[in-house]
Design a protein around this ligand. Sequence first.
Ligand SMILES: O=P(O)(O)OC[C@H]1O[C@H](OP(=O)(O)OP(=O)(O)O)[C@H](O)[C@@H]1O
Ligand SMILES: NC(=O)CC[C@H](N)C(=O)O
Ligand code: SF4
Ligand SMILES: [Mg+2]
Length: 489
Amino acid sequence: MLTTNPHEDDTLHEECGIFGISGATDAARLVALGLHALQHRGQEAAGITSFDGVEFHTHRAMGHVAGNFDREDIMVPLRGSVACGHVRYSTTGETALRNVQPLYADLASGGFAIAHNGNISNAMRLRRDLVRRGSIFQSTSDTETIIHLVATSNYRTTVDKFIDALKRVEGAYSLIVMTPEGMIACRDPLGIRPLVMGKIDGPDGGSIIFASETVALDVVGATFVRSIDPGELVMVKGTEITSHRPFPQVAARPCIFEYVYFSRPDSISEDRSVYTVRKAIGAQLAIESPVDADLVIPVPDSGTPAALGYAQESGIPFELGIIRSHYVGRTFIQPSDKVRHLGVKLKHNANRALIAGKKIVLIDDSIVRGTTSLKIVEMMREAGAAEVHMRIASPPTRHSCFYGVDTPERAKLLAATKNLEQMADYIKADSLAFISIHGLYKALGEPQRNAIRPSHCDACFTGDYPTSLTDQDDVSSVDQFALLAERVI
Ligand SMILES: O=P(O)(O)OC[C@H]1O[C@H](OP(=O)(O)OP(=O)(O)O)[C@H](O)[C@@H]1O
Ligand SMILES: NC(=O)CC[C@H](N)C(=O)O
Ligand code: SF4
Ligand SMILES: [Mg+2]
């Protein structure tokens, strides 16, 4: 089985996006639109499952939503008034069709389709146990463990089986599930990954929608109803909506990186505009790390709102000194270091006329490996910049994510192996500064990070993981045994 990164490959991907709708004519077409708005969350593969009241229909494909789900030969068979879909960046299981979601199985209780954003941090342990007891896996995805747990649960109703399964799962999951009885949406008890509910009014009770981000509601003309609460499970049967809270209540820890990078800036997350938070992060960065410069230049795309905030706070003019090609995907998805470097070059180009002779401050949202920063600083110097200062709208990323973001192994995170000065040298900047962790929380409207009860997951900055990491612990104990064995030999 291919395991959770960072242990078996070094590609840095990001998240997944999920979308489900119940009670709509041509539900699958609306799912395709919703997935299109969530494309930034996953560009490896996409899939849609629909239910026509009798049968489930699924199409899953490698690549983007456009090019697959805009084809009549693919859309016509996806009949029914209930459908859900997924855009994928893999975190567990290789990039192959068998791992593309929604995953589907025929259970004793009927069809069961599941779309998952997140990562189950005890999936390998569960899988080993299930296989020992006779489960036959069709994929290497962590998500499939949930299907087997439901299939083998002794509870009677599908909802109870599903809850029973979730109680054995640890890590991060926002899920949309389809069964003949209805659609279920749920979030893990800490609410690490986002999930919102919307509606489209109509004569027969209209449609209910679940989506990773509010932008996916906008695209289908739906109105936002509310977020699914951490630990909540919402079931939609026709026009009847029921809410279940099967887990003991704990303080929520939604992912703070959604504000930094993952979510689209036009999304609303936990009642906050992502765009406004990004600008506030930039303003806070200007307060914490001012610099004497002629121009503030964003590293497009995701550095732009923070750069605007930095410029407005500092009074330094904001200019588009780097132009981005919109025909190249996020560098996160490039499959090897070699291609990743090429990707960055293809993607960004210096606006030479503006840069020459200027002292510039570049703003990006994050440094992961440092590939982007290194290239961009070099590009600015080649374009004749007099000084190049780099300011980063997140704290140093020092730890890997095990909750649905495919960060590389720790050793490949620039900030895990280098101090500030070494990082500045590496990217060849005249100066480098990151926003502080307290500053990041200030931008969210809190006085500082609450060390005892942080309001968000920020483990990639702090190493403070809010769940157990069973599979990682297993891997380290295997490593320790290997080490012991070597010593014995
Ligand atoms: O240090 P690195 O390993 O280069 O990773 C960090 C970069 O990756 C992301 O951008 P990306 O190009 O993926 O997407 P964007 O166009 O949305 O900014 C992020 O915004 C940083 O610019
Ligand atoms: N990024 C994600 O949310 C991935 C979902 C799931 N863990 C997979 O690898 O398919
Ligand atoms: S480790 Fe980082 S990216 Fe992963 S869920 Fe936590 S804050 Fe988000
Ligand atoms: Mg970027």
